[in-house]
Design a protein around this ligand. Structure first.
Ligand SMILES: Nc1ncnc2c1ncn2[C@@H]1O[C@H](COP(=O)(O)OP(=O)(O)OP(=O)(O)O)[C@@H](O)[C@H]1O
Ligand SMILES: [Mg+2]
Length: 252
């Protein structure tokens, strides 16, 4: 039996009158790379915020390695790494101090802390720029620093919310390769992106959300196989069909 790392049961969230996550359920096996897709406003970031404890759930439960997790998520914080959609680094501290700060939040100190910071900065190819402040960095370098801050404590589950927005193809390839390497070392990944070629290149299984609900939960190759027979050749075609913006329908 393959171990479930995370299980979300009936997550719910409303902002005012608007229900943005609606009885959402899914599970993630240890070692997977999950692609979480959905149109703008589908509820992806809200779901991630509830999973990590940044936002409180209105309803629902979270299980981590089979155990129910309390609302604060404090007991699993050490196991989670989050690359937020909006870059969250401190502009007035060096790259080194940024990674050190985030890693120290997980209790690391002394030599262990220093070696983790170095490893994370080397991993995203920013060790040479460690003394610079992120204010001097390009967009892609800030994104890479954002990633270093989220992996230095070696989380079991790495959640990346659109980590490659606005970066050049070289940095993008670098980041994708880095994610594959982390995954090979045992990190489970939830990857949110609007770039279908990234999802195609990286993910084992696809979750598609729309209007706060799960529309699809399927192995990537199986999803493609199912729709190929209906003439949908690419993930993008399938995504557009399933989220109701089918160009095909308009043509008919
Ligand atoms: N703090 C907030 N207060 C009020 N409404 C919010 C808040 N955060 C999100 N929302 C609303 O919740 C809905 C879902 O937003 P969310 O950020 O989860 O979408 P998303 O799927 O991540 O979209 P995107 O692809 O644009 O990042 C949207 O309608 C958004 O306006
Ligand atoms: Mg989002």
């Amino acid at each position: 039996m393959i171990e479930k790392l995370v299980e979300i049961k009936e997550f719910e969230k409303s902002y005012g009158e608007r229900k943005v996550v609606d009885k959402l359920c899914f599970a993630i096996k240890a070692g997977e790379i999950i692609g979480l897709l959905g149109p703008n406003g589908a509820g992806k970031s809200t779901t991630i915020k509830m999973l990590t404890g940044i936002e409180a759930c209105d309803g629902g439960e979270l299980f981590f390695q089979g155990k129910k997790v309390e609302r604060s998520r404090d007991s699993i914080k050490r196991e989670l790494g989050l690359v937020p959609q909006d870059i969250a680094v401190y502009g007035d501290m060096s790259a080194y101090e940024n990674v050190k700060f985030f890693c120290s939040l997980y209790g690391f100190r002394g030599k262990e802390l220093e070696s983790r910071v170095q490893e994370a900065l080397e991993f995203v190819a920013l060790w040479d720029r460690r003394k610079d402040r992120p204010g001097k960095f390009s967009g892609g370098m800030k994104r890479r620093l954002n990633i270093a801050c989220s992996i230095a404590h070696s989380p079991k589950l790495l959640i990346m919310d659109e980590p490659t927005v606005g970066i050049d193809p070289q940095s993008r390839n670098y980041i994708l390769e880095a994610i594959r390497t982390l995954n090979k070392r045992g990190t489970t990944v939830i990857y949110v992106s609007h770039y279908m070629e990234e999802i195609e290149a990286l993910c084992d299984r696809i979750l598609i959300m729309d209007h706060g609900q799960l529309k699809v939960d399927e192995e990537k190759e199986e999803l493609k196989r199912q729709y190929r027979n209906e003439g949908y050749q690419s993930l993008e075609d399938i995504f557009l069909k399933l989220t109701g913006i089918s160009l095909r329908d308009e043509e008919e």
